[in-house]
Write a protein that binds this ligand. Structure first.
Ligand code: ZN
Length: 499
């Protein structure tokens, strides 16, 4: 008896009820596990000994005969208990450490995108971080760490994926959140000290700056290490003169302390290897090469073992659309950042808001010589919304109108130049024209940033207005969903690996 026999038996006997995902089938001793679906949801099918079937939660346990073998078949739920059992039997389902390999994060707000993401990574030498969600996104999607990770792992199981992947607890600020994510099995932690980055430095006069600076503990120690020190990087000389050092110390010292504390917690708490990313991207100030050099040297000096560093790079980085700014200018400044990273060594540069920044990808991959990490999230949601526009235009029209009503409120936490007046009136568009809205920056951003409001919207009886219908249509048109999404992510990955 082999996997083929099992699948054949199942499809012969249950084809009226379920459809199996053939690539998901895995065996361990005489037990077989695979995913199947009916018209409403997915199930884990376990075929094997009574002992193994008993452990999994589900219903209709039946005794079956395949050839001469007496076996049991159980239709099981996609719940946390069953997933944990599977993770125990098949360790490849557990996320793992990435280290300094080139890597790419695919946030998945709906929790159903992993099989499509995996397709996109096929034959690419880029480590996939398949689970990735920020604390803010979880609030907007009403999910939690466990759900984010479980959904990803079920996706890996469905695709039959056996290679390593990462799980990134993104933009974490509090120790409590780190602890929860570590308990769930996350392997990568992105620390966000942006609340502790001093943003008012530019507005202070010299006297005020000096006063503040003198209050910083150990500032003399810092001066000894950095003042007037020269760093030769890529033919350029970077030097910490009094003024620039003072400003950098004032801007970043609290944030550095914040990161050190959280790192020390993780080092003690997380027993296995983990990836640490430090992100200073969400601040209004562009990170200068000198500031980059300072924070990296300080983290190293204070014993923080980090793999990724996300800076606020030059230019206007907006959600779900191309890079806005002079690409040449970016390339010039970025090559200095890359040279600093090369010179100090031991970490990768990370790009956040990486969705659809096609024009800068080749530069990012080339200059870092493969020492990069890139994060995307919203672009997967946009592909999903596009599939809704293609397959259920009426639902998309409702979502679109709702998004327009919520745009002003939702834009507050984003940096955007969206102009709603440039979006065509969809009442005048034919159904066939709707998908084209996803080729235009303004309509992309409209749907991109209102995702939380769309997913959370409830009617007067407390029922979701869109959420369940969104899942239903993507479930019904799963092949289209996977195809559109994987093609779009592939476009990203190809630009990175063509270098
Ligand atoms: Zn970020």
């Amino acid at each position: 008896m082999n996997k083929q026999d099992i699948l054949q038996y199942f499809s012969k006997r249950y084809s009226d009820k379920f459809k199996a995902y053939p690539s998901s089938i895995k065996s361990e001793k005489d037990n077989y596990f695979f995913l199947s679906r009916d018209n409403y949801k997915k199930y884990l099918i376990v075929i094997g000994t009574h002992g193994i079937c008993k452990d999994f939660k589900g219903d209709n346990l039946e005794e079956i005969k395949i050839d001469k073998d007496e076996l049991f078949l159980k239709v099981c739920y996609l719940n946390h208990h069953n997933l944990n059992l599977l993770r125990g039997i098949f360790p490849h389902l557990n996320p793992s450490f990435c280290g300094l390999r080139a890597s790419f994060g695919t946030g998945d707000r709906l929790g159903i995108a992993t099989p499509a993401h995996i397709q996109a990574f096929k034959d690419k030498d880029i480590f996939p971080v398949l689970a990735q969600q920020s604390v803010r996104e979880m609030a907007r999607t009403e999910r939690n760490w466990q759900k984010v990770l479980d959904d990803t792992i079920w996706g890996c199981f469905e695709a039959g994926y056996e290679d390593p992947f990462g799980a990134d607890a993104d933009h974490v600020k509090e120790i409590k959140e780190l602890k929860e994510a570590a308990d769930c099995g996350f392997t990568m932690f992105t620390l966000d000290p942006s609340d502790f980055i001093n943003k008012d430095i530019e507005e202070l006069n010299e006297q005020e700056l000096n006063q503040l600076y003198n209050k910083i503990p150990k500032n003399k120690e810092i001066e000894k290490l950095y003042l007037n020190k020269k760093f030769k990087i890529d033919g350029q000389e970077l030097i910490f003169d009094e003024k620039s050092l003072e400003k950098i110390v004032l801007t970043y010292s609290e944030a550095i302390n914040h990161v050190v504390k959280r790192y020390e917690f993780l080092k003690d708490y997380k027993k296995s290897n983990f990836d640490l990313e430090i992100s200073v991207d969400e601040t209004p100030t562009v990170t200068s090469p000198l500031a980059h050099l300072f924070v990296v040297l300080e983290f190293k000096r204070r014993g923080v073992n980090f793999q990724n560093l996300a800076l606020h790079f030059l230019g206007d980085w907006q959600k779900g659309i191309e890079y806005i700014g002079e690409v040449k200018q970016f390339a010039k400044e970025f090559s200095l950042h890359a040279a600093i990273a090369k010179k100090i060594g031991g970490y990768k540069l990370s790009l956040h808001t990486g969705s659809d920044k096609f024009s800068v990808y080749p530069i990012f991959a080339r200059e870092t010589e493969g020492f990069y990490h890139i994060k995307t999230a919203g672009t997967s949601w946009l592909e999903e919304a596009k599939v809704i526009a293609m397959k259920d235009p009426a639902l998309y029209r409702e979502i679109h109108h709702f998004a327009l009503e919520n745009f002003e409120k939702d834009r507050a936490s984003y940096n955007l130049t969206t102009d709603l007046s440039r979006i065509p009136n969809i009442d005048e568009l034919s159904d066939e024209q709707l998908a084209d809205l996803f080729n235009k920056p303004d309509s992309r951003q409209l749907i991109h940033i209102t995702y939380g409001s769309i997913l959370k919207a409830r009617d007067s009886e407390g029922k979701y207005i869109f959420k369940n219908r969104i899942y239903k249509i993507l479930f019904e048109y799963e092949e289209d969903h996977y195809r559109e999404l994987s093609n779009h992510i592939k476009r990203h990955l190809e630009l990175l690996s063509s270098i």
